[in-house]
Write a protein of this length. Structure first.
Length: 667
C-alpha cells in the first residue's frame, strides 16, 4: 500500500461508471461492494476491512494492472494498493477504514504494456526464437519509463538498459529483461496515462456501537422512588446501576420534553382524561418549550447533563427519542402555523393511523412552502442535543416523513459529527424500510417481533445477512416496544419472553427491550387481537417491582455477559443456519475465524412444550479439525456434552431453559 499524492479521479463517467475522458480500452464492471448502482454508501465500522472486487478486462490478450484507491472524504491525499487477479477477469484488493466518517474508494486499471511484452518475450526465449527486435521493443518501453521513475530508480533502470543494449552478451541481455529487479522497477513507474477509472464510491464508517449494542428503553417519569410520584433525571441516575448490571450499553429514554395539555390523553389512550393525567410523552410541547426543552417535572438541563455523565461512567450511552411532531400547545403552532396542514374548516389536521387517532399530536407538513426553514429547524434540534452530550437518536416513525429530508439531515449532521447514530423506528413495507437504511439511518427496527416460525425467521435473517442488504441495513431486534405486545408474548407466558429474548440477543448483534415491562413479562393486552398494553405506560406513571423473583434480569445479565465475551456474537454477516428435523427447534451459529470462537445456538420456539430432534451439524462446516468427536459447552448452565459425527440429539424443555448457547471444544 502506498500514498499516491493528489492524483484526481475524474467524475466524467459513463453509465457503467468508468471514466470516458481518456482513451482507455480497459473495462471495469460489477464492482463490489456496491448497491443501487453506487447511489448510496456502504456501511462499515471503524477498523473494518473493505474488500473490493471487480471484473476488469480488455480486448485481446494484454496484461493488465489495477489499483484500489481510497481516501477519507474531505482530504486530497489518496492511498492505493495493488489489486490481485483472482480468476476469470475477477480482481480483488482491500483496505482498512481507520477513522469514523465517510471514505471514498475507486479502481484504476490500465494495459500494462511492459508486462505484456515481458510475458511474450519469455515465451520466445524459452522457444529458442530470434528476439533481437523484441528486445529493442522492450528497450523502448523501459526508456519511456525513465520519464516517470524516481531519481533512485532511474539509475537502476539505466544500468539495466546498458545490459539490454549490449549486443555482445545476448544471454545476459535476455536474463536482465526477465529479471525480478526489472519487473519490480517497472511496477513502480507504470504508464497510467490511459488508465480507466471507476467513479468514486462511498463508505460510511461508524463507531463500534453501531454494530454491537444492547438497548434498554425506559420512561424516566416511572423511575420515582415513591409509587405514583413523577420520576426525575436524578431518579434515573439511581437506576443506572440496575441497567448496567443487566449488561446494557445503551439507555434509550422516551421523549423528555414538555408535554402538551390540549387534548391530553388519559389512561389507556382515553380522550376523557382523569384529573392529573400525565399524557403521552410523544405529544411534545407546551408553554414551557418544545423539542429543545426538558419536561419541568424531570428536572433541569443540568440534571440531564449529570445523567449523561454518570451513565458514561458505567459504559452506558444515552439515546434520545427524536419525534418530529407537536402537541397543539407547542410553540411552533403559534410561531410557524405554515408548518402545519390546515383542513377546510381552518383547523389543523391531527395525526391519524386509521383507525387509530392521535388528537394530542399535530404532524408537521413536509410539503409546506417554507420547507427549507422547517428542515433547518429540525436539523438544529439534533445539533442542540448533540451539544448536550447525546450521540444516539431513536427516530420515531421516519417512514412518515420526507425521505429527502432524512438524507439531507443525516448527511449534514454526520459530516460535522460522524459519531452520531440514528435508529429508525419504521415498521413499514420492506422497500421503504430499506430505503431509510440506504439514506443514512445507522440501525433499523424490523419485522423480528412478528417472525415466530422457524421458516420465516430463517428466511428473514438470510435476506438481511446474506444478500446485498447486509451492506446497508443493520437490524436492531426488539421483542417488544411500548406499542408492540405481540400475540406470541401475550399467550406464551414467561417462557415466551425467554425464547424471544434469547433469539434477539443471539440472532442479532444489536437488540433492545422495552423495560421493565419485558423482564417482568408484562403481557396483558388492551383488548383481544390488540398489540397495545393494558394500562400502557405511554399514558400513566408506572411503578415497577424490579426486585420481583419472577424477573428475567438474571437471564438477561448472563446472556449479555456471554455476548460481551464472544466476538462472534458481535456481528451479523457470520450467521449460519443448520437443519433440525423438528420445526419447533432452531439451530444456528455465529461463526468465528476459528472453530473455538464459533457460538452455536439451539432454541425451542415452542414456549409451552418440550421439543426434541436431531441437529445436522457437519463438523467440517464449522472448521472442526477432528471429524469424529468434539465437545459442546453450554454457556447458560455450564453443562458439557460429547458429540460425535454430524447428527446430534437435542431436547429442550421451555420450563427449564429456552435453549442452549454452546462453545465448541476439541475432545
Amino acid at each position: 500500500m502506498k500514498a499516491h499524492g493528489k492524483r484526481k479521479t475524474s467524475q466524467a463517467v459513463g453509465r457503467d461508471g468508468v471514466d470516458r475522458k481518456v482513451r482507455s480500452r480497459v473495462q471495469i464492471e460489477n464492482v463490489q461492494p456496491k448497491f443501487s448502482g453506487g447511489r448510496f454508501p456502504v456501511k462499515r465500522i471503524v477498523g473494518d476491512k473493505v474488500a473490493v472486487e471487480a471484473d476488469i478486462f480488455v480486448d485481446g490478450s494484454h496484461e493488465l494492472s489495477a489499483v484500489l484507491r481510497f481516501c477519507r472524504e474531505g482530504r486530497d491525499e489518496w492511498s492505493e494498493t495493488p489489486m490481485a487477479h483472482l480468476e476469470n477477469d475477477r480482481w480483488h484488493a482491500e483496505f482498512t477504514v481507520t477513522e469514523i466518517g465517510r471514505w471514498k474508494y475507486t479502481i484504476e486499471a490500465w494495459i500494462n504494456h511492459f508486462k505484456s511484452w515481458q510475458r511474450d518475450f519469455k515465451k520466445r526465449v524459452d522457444a529458442g526464437q530470434e528476439v533481437s527486435v523484441d528486445l529493442l521493443i522492450g528497450i523502448g518501453i523501459v526508456r519511456e519509463a525513465l520519464k516517470r521513475a524516481s531519481p533512485k530508480d532511474k539509475g537502476k533502470l539505466n544500468r539495466i538498459l546498458d545490459k539490454l543494449g549490449d549486443k555482445t552478451r545476448k544471454e545476459a541481455a535476455n536474463k536482465a529483461a526477465l529479471s525480478v529487479e526489472l519487473t519490480q522497477l517497472m511496477a513502480r513507474c507504470p504508464d497510467r496515462a490511459n488508465a480507466a477509472a471507476y467513479r468514486e464510491l462511498l463508505v460510511t464508517v461508524d463507531p463500534e456501537i453501531a454494530r454491537f449494542s444492547a438497548w434498554y428503553e425506559m420512561f424516566p417519569r416511572s423511575c420515582g422512588s415513591t409509587p405514583g410520584k413523577h420520576g426525575t433525571f436524578k431518579d434515573v441516575i439511581q437506576k443506572l446501576p440496575y441497567v448496567a448490571e443487566m449488561g446494557f450499553n445503551v439507555l434509550y429514554l422516551t421523549p423528555i420534553h414538555p408535554i402538551g395539555t390540549q387534548f391530553r390523553k388519559g389512561k389507556n389512550n382515553s380522550v376523557m382524561p382523569e384529573t392529573g393525567a400525565v399524557g403521552s410523552p410523544w405529544a411534545i410541547g407546551n408553554k414551557d418549550g418544545g423539542h429543545c426543552s426538558v419536561h419541568a417535572e424531570l428536572g433541569a438541563m443540568k440534571d440531564f447533563h449529570d445523567l449523561v455523565r454518570e451513565a458514561g461512567k458505567l459504559g452506558i450511552s444515552i439515546a434520545l427519542d427524536i419525534a418530529y411532531q407537536c402537541s397543539p400547545d407547542h410553540p411552533y403552532v403559534k410561531e410557524h402555523p405554515e408548518w402545519f396542514r390546515k383542513r377546510p374548516d381552518n383547523s389543523i389536521q391531527y395525526a391519524e393511523n386509521p383507525p387509530k387517532k392521535y388528537q394530542d399530536i399535530y404532524p408537521l407538513d413536509f410539503e409546506t412552502a417554507t420547507w427549507e426553514e422547517l428542515w433547518e429547524e429540525l436539523k438544529n434540534i439534533v445539533l442542540f442535543w448533540i451539544r448536550q452530550g447525546v450521540r444516539l437518536f431513536r427516530v420515531d416513525n421516519p417512514h412518515t416523513k420526507d425521505l429527502s429530508f432524512w438524507e439531507w439531515m443525516i448527511t449534514a449532521v454526520k459530516k460535522e459529527h460522524p459519531d452520531a447514530l440514528f435508529l429508525s423506528e419504521a415498521f413499514t413495507r420492506p422497500k421503504l424500510m430499506y430505503r431509510l437504511a440506504k439514506i443514512g439511518f445507522s440501525q433499523s427496527y424490523n419485522y423480528f417481533p412478528w417472525r415466530n416460525a422457524k421458516w420465516e425467521l430463517t428466511q428473514f435473517f438470510t435476506e438481511i445477512t446474506k444478500t446485498e442488504v447486509k451492506e446497508y441495513f443493520r437490524a436492531n431486534l426488539w421483542p417488544n416496544t411500548p406499542d408492540i405486545l405481540t400475540e406470541y408474548l401475550q399467550t406464551g407466558g414467561a417462557n415466551a419472553f425467554r425464547v424471544r429474548f434469547l433469539l434477539a440477543a443471539t440472532l442479532g448483534a444489536s437488540y433492545g427491550i422495552y423495560g421493565p415491562a419485558f423482564e417482568l413479562c408484562v403481557n396483558k393486552p388492551l383488548a383481544e387481537k390488540s398489540e397495545e398494553y393494558m394500562d400502557s405506560e405511554k399514558y400513566e406513571i408506572k411503578s415497577w417491582d424490579t426486585d420481583s423473583p419472577a424477573s428475567l434480569k438474571a437471564l438477561i445479565a448472563k446472556v449479555n455477559r456471554i455476548r460481551n465475551a464472544n466476538p462472534a456474537l458481535q456481528q451479523d454477516p457470520n450467521l449460519k443456519f443448520f437443519p433440525v428435523d423438528n420445526s419447533s427447534l432452531m439451530c444456528y451459529a455465529k461463526v468465528g475465524e476459528h472453530f473455538s470462537e464459533t457460538v452455536l445456538v439451539v432454541v425451542n420456539l415452542d414456549p409451552r412444550w418440550p421439543q426434541s430432534g436431531w441437529v445436522e451439524l457437519p463438523p467440517e462446516k464449522l472448521g472442526i479439525p477432528d471429524k469424529g468427536a468434539f465437545e459442546v459447552h453450554d454457556l447458560l448452565d455450564g453443562a458439557v456434552y460429547s458429540w460425535h459425527g454430524s447428527r446430534h440429539f437435542v431436547k429442550l424443555d421451555p420450563a427449564k431453559a429456552p435453549g442452549h448457547i454452546f462453545k465448541i471444544r476439541k475432545r
